[in-house]
Design a binder for this molecule. Structure first.
Ligand code: ADP
Ligand code: MG
Length: 141
């Protein structure tokens, strides 16, 4: 299996719940390593660029409002099959449908406020990492 780096966000609702450590622990227990991390409030324009694929969806404005409403933890996660592994640890988009023990089941509040983001493909991971990190900010690359 390939070593990969994926992009992860601990969303504002999870940061407010003070579970940054619990979430990172879950990644570490499952073989993913933090390769970059910063706590930040995402500027609106950068958030709109990040979620550009959802621009036409009815929830776009609400999504950007939420994601820029407070600090988030931006991370690069590195490990074997990291992109798929992260999506498995996160669980389904809707916390109500997420499997037991997944991050969205544990910490998600609703479809929008679902605690974590994770890239869905190698192309997405590359695009998303570049929006938030320079290559010198990432280790294990
Ligand atoms: P995922 O984050 O699992 O890849 P999507 O790419 O489909 O899911 O959606 C991106 C984000 O937009 C979701 O994580 C969620 O925060 C929000 N979202 C998706 N669908 C809805 C919806 N129907 N209503 C409100 N917010 C939504
Ligand atoms: Mg997605």
């Amino acid at each position: 299996m390939a070593m990969e780096t994926t992009f992860s966000i601990i969303k504002p609702n999870a940061v407010k719940k003070n579970v940054i450590g619990a979430i990172i622990e879950k990644f570490e227990e499952n073989g993913l390593k933090v390769a970059a991390a910063k706590l930040a409030v995402i500027p609106r324009a950068q958030c709109e660029e990040f979620y550009a694929e959802h621009k036409e969806r009815p929830f776009f404005g609400e999504l950007v409002d939420f994601m820029t409403s407070g600090p988030v933890m931006l991370m690069a996660l590195h490990g074997e099959n990291a992109i798929t592994r992260n999506r498995e640890i996160m669980g389904a988009t809707n916390p109500a449908e997420a499997a037991e023990g997944t991050l969205r089941k544990l910490y998600g509040d609703s479809m929008g406020e679902n605690a974590v983001h994770g890239s869905d493909s190698p192309a997405s991971a590359e695009r998303e990492l570049k929006i938030f990190f320079t290559s010198s900010e990432m280790v294990n690359k």
